[in-house]
Design a protein around this ligand. Sequence first.
Ligand code: ADP
Ligand code: ADP
Length: 225
Amino acid sequence: MSSVKIINLTKSFNNTNVLKNITIDVEEGEFISLLGPSGCGKSTLLKLIAGLLEVDSGDIVFNNESVINILTEKRGAIIVFQDYLLFPHMTVYENIEFGLKMKKVTKDIRSKKVEEILNLVKLKEHKNRYPSQLSGGQQQRVAMARALVLNPRILLLDEPFSNLDINLRNEMREFVLSIQKRLNITTIMVTHNKEEALTMSNRVAVMLDGEIKQFDTPKNLYENP
Ligand code: ADP
Ligand code: ADP
């Protein structure tokens, strides 16, 4: 678990300023949404926090430690992408295990951790299935499990519910929140869905054109829209 401070962060692509002086402060265990229209810079911000892109200027601080020079694998902020990016030729078990293998975790510990997470996301009975044999909600739970098994300090969710139908969406929102609360894991979710941001988050950062326009609790945002 970790707090996150984003300080005066800027990022340009081909001389276009995509993020302009972004500052946000996320507390340990908090659930934050980045809410804004397509193209406003939400995913870019998420990738900077994860270390998948380099910042132009500014700082990113986890628990009082600057992480901008720390590699992605060591940083501990893990993104769950909206299209899940599961390996189609691997079973549920193998998909979840893969990151641990990459980190050279021993077989005994891998097995213990994967089984633990399978219980947490309620996929134990599906562990030998392939992604194509799973429903959308189950695939999303595998994607979550694959991130959680690595014990991230910060969980980053990129439009996690956009590929699910409306009925499943509510169920999955509750599911993600229950796991987030249980693990008390600092979470930053990108969404363009206002209702989703307001109902799920402790605080919402409203973004437009690469800037944070408001950063407040759902209650205050309702009262001062
Ligand atoms: P959002 O997630 O809010 O939809 P993005 O962060 O994906 O927005 O994109 C913000 C802007 O940056 C967009 O104009 C997009 O076209 C541009 N952009 C994103 N990634 C790149 C890239 N790798 N190269 C050039 N431009 C990019
Ligand atoms: P390897 O050392 O090549 O990973 P293992 O003997 O660990 O081989 O496992 C054989 C296959 O079964 C692997 O693909 C592994 O991911 C999978 N596997 C291992 N333990 C379990 C388990 N408890 N449940 C489901 N699949 C498992």
